[in-house]
Design a protein around this ligand. Structure first.
Ligand SMILES: C[S@@+](CC[C@H](N)C(=O)[O-])C[C@H]1O[C@@H](n2cnc3c(N)ncnc32)[C@H](O)[C@@H]1O
Length: 279
């Protein structure tokens, strides 16, 4: 099975509409390598038949399979160590002060494209560790840090919700200190129940209106916008600014630059910004 220009255009418009992922002109291989197998599994003779089947699918089942195939779910624990230093030394202490001063009773965080959960669980483990090491557990509870993890792909959310990881995933960025938050059974590592229960997960497409999710103090929108069209990116950063509380913080991936798209954020540094604060 191979892909013709017309099928390529049909499938890429489907992927853009349903995943917000823009497939460039030179990346026929991306559609070919990821969707041909799926087309065969769905008894389709060619990709045109596969496209028609996807459009006609009202159950959403085939759309989810396409989403799973077309999204890149690469992630790891404490990804980009400098970011986690900034969270530990700068961002978390600010949030703790806000709770201690009585200004707020909870801090809300959203990991917008959480993949298998490493990003949001790294954050909750770090907070838990800070509360213990600073002797704050008598006055502040981890449950005062409400976190939400969302992703468009049901497959990755299944793993995030289970909070179970294999040896390979455990070997990516987890120091011995944080390995203590897991229990092992036959090569599967399950995250501590307290950390697991401190996060809610939900399937969510970032292209959709997210005003119903409420306001957040911290939003992680990392390593997801690279595949979005310029229009989708601009619209997304505008809406993220509206979803942040005053002085809220946005954390993006190292190659993502919200200030190229809107004027709502101040980077924490002019050279290599690690986070962006709402103006
Ligand atoms: C490369 S992973 C990044 C995971 C994590 N944020 C990190 O930096 O380690 C990108 C994630 O974005 C998700 N994604 C892609 N398009 C999305 C959309 N429109 N809405 C929500 N999530 C999306 C993918 O399913 C994937 O799990």
């Amino acid at each position: 099975m191979s892909i013709g220009k017309e099928e390529f255009n049909l499938l890429r418009s489907y992927v853009l509409k349903h995943c917000g992922v823009q497939v460039g002109d030179q990346t026929t291989y991306l559609i070919e390598s990821r969707l041909i197998q799926l087309a065969k599994e769905n008894n389709c003779q060619d990709l045109n038949a596969f496209y028609l089947k996807a459009v006609a699918d009202t159950s959403g089942e085939l759309r989810d399979k396409i989403l799973n195939a077309m999204t890149t779910n690469e992630t790891s624990w404490f990804r980009d160590p400098k970011l986690w230093e900034a969270i530990e030394e700068d961002i978390a202490p600010r949030f703790i002060k806000k709770i201690q001063s009585g200004e707020v009773s909870t801090i809300r965080t959203w990991s917008t494209s959480c993949s298998t959960g490493q990003e949001v669980y790294s954050y909750q483990m770090l907070l838990d560790h800070i509360l213990y090491t600073k002797d704050l557990t008598e006055t502040i509870s981890l449950s005062q840090f409400e976190s939400l993890g969302t992703d468009i792909s049901p497959k990755v959310l299944y793993f995030a919700i289970a909070g179970k990881y294999d040896r390979l995933a455990m070997a990516r960025g987890l120091s011995p200190l944080y390995k203590e938050y897991f229990t092992e059974e036959k090569g599967n590592f399950t995250i501590d129940q307290k950390i697991r229960e401190s996060v809610k997960f939900k399937k969510f497409n970032l292209q959709k209106d997210f005003s119903s999710l409420g306001k957040f103090d911290l939003i992680f929108c990392r390593n997801v916008t690279a595949y979005f069209s310029e229009a989708v990116k601009k619209n997304l950063f505008d809406r993220i600014a509206k979803a942040l509380n005053p002085n809220g913080i946005l954390i993006v991936g190292p190659t993502e630059t919200p200030s190229d798209y809107c004027n709502f954020f101040t980077p924490n540094s002019n050279e290599t910004p690690i986070y962006y604060q709402l103006k």
